[in-house]
Design a protein around this ligand. Structure first.
Ligand code: F6P
Length: 359
């Protein structure tokens, strides 16, 4: 008999359910004397407050294609882990209590960076934890890919595709904000897939003079419109040179909701073009997982279940150079994986004439 806990933590994404299905199906078919499954509601909140439900194999049937998470999720900031909430609950002792009360053999945590840090903390506290790399942002260190990423690329790409007709009809410049938190994986991939003219990502600080130059060059090459794919975390060269504190202050003082509006305003002021902003927002985390996400999520689920059966804990499931593997949680927790500004796709995009605003 193996008793497992499952939780999904942080921002949701496609393929969370597909991953849990992979874990449960694998254990169900390979553990001879049965499994007991506890699903924690709303991420670590369920573990803290003892909000869980016993689940059956059947609960994971028909969820391969279902977006979101059947368990619910929430953000439980790592930096506040040792600060009791307003109700006075000490979060870490409460989580340990729930785990031990249920006599769990393993807790599977489907989460991004913050959640993986908390998973590592629980490992340090002696719990058997296996983390699985979830996030549309693809910024989890130690794995080449995360589940949610390819589905989000598809949605952002579709947004860029669909903007093309209006951009062309009206001879407009469209500035499209693409998610990714502090990294530029989704805007880079969707920008290339959607044929953006300019891609601005946090890893390559931009200069507005270069962005304007790229728009003008497109005009003089006969282009009727221009599409600028902008990461929500894009920063200018000037901002990149600032001290972290100074930059944070600048962002906090921003009147507009995000950087894309500033970029759009500056383009409108410095060119004679009509400029519009488009924001796909949380649609990028929504809907069904694409085929690649379903496959990778399933692989992660199977590998996590196998690790559990082999008694390998304190790890995160990963894929490196096309191979499924485990990485120690302590080696990856708290680190971000950034786009390499000299990586293949950036170089190839530049060779195509796509501007990153840096030159
Ligand atoms: O981490 C996924 C993500 O969608 C980021 O791309 C984005 O910055 C953030 O979550 C948005 O968070 P929230 O859902 O809390 O608005």
């Amino acid at each position: 008999m193996i008793r497992i806990g499952l939780l999904t933590s942080g921002g949701d994404c496609q393929a969370l359910n597909a991953t849990m299905r992979g874990i449960v199906k694998t254990l169900f078919h390979n553990v001879k004397d049965g499994i007991e499954i506890y699903g924690f509601e709303d991420g670590y909140q369920g573990l803290i407050y003892g909000r869980y439900r016993e689940m059956s194999y059947g609960d994971f049937s028909g969820v391969l294609t279902r977006g979101g998470t059947i368990l619910g999720t929430s953000r439980t900031p790592f930096k506040l882990l040792d600060t009791p909430g307003e109700d006075g609950i000490e979060k870490v002792p409460a989580m340990l209590h729930t785990y031990h009360k249920l006599n769990l053999d393993c807790l599977f945590v489907l989460g991004g960076n913050g959640s993986t840090k908390t998973a590592n903390r629980l490992r340090e506290e002696g719990l058997n934890v296996i983390a699985l790399p979830k996030t549309i942002d693809n910024d989890t260190y130690g794995t080449d890919i995360t589940f949610g990423f390819t589905s989000a690329i598809d949605i952002a790409t579709k947004c860029i595709d669909d903007i093309h007709t209006t951009a062309n009809s009206h001879r407009r410049v469209f500035v499209i904000e693409i998610m990714g938190h502090k990294v530029g994986w989704i805007p880079l991939y969707a920008g290339v897939a959607g044929g953006a003219d300019v891609i601005l990502i946090p890893e390559i600080p931009y200069d507005m003079d270069n962005v304007i130059k790229a728009i003008e060059a497109r005009d003089s090459n006969g282009g009727r419109f221009a599409i600028i794919a902008v990461a929500e975390g894009a920063i200018s060269k000037e901002e990149a040179a600032m001290k972290k504190k100074e930059y944070k202050k600048k962002v906090a003082a921003r009147v507009k909701p995000s950087v894309v509006y500033d970029i759009a305003e500056e383009i409108a002021a410095r060119t004679d073009r009509e400029v519009r902003v488009a924001i796909p927002g949380h649609t990028q985390r929504g809907g069904q997982p694409d085929a690649m996400d379903r496959i990778f999520a399933t692989q992660c689920g199977v590998e996590a279940a196998k690790a559990c059966m082999d008694g390998k804990f304190g790890i995160m499931i990963a894929q490196v150079a096309g191979k499924m593997c485990h990485v120690p949680l302590e080696d990856v927790a708290g680190k971000l994986k950034y786009v390499d500004p000299d990586g293949d796709l950036v170089r190839e995009a530049k060779a195509l004439g796509i501007s990153f605003g840096d030159e």
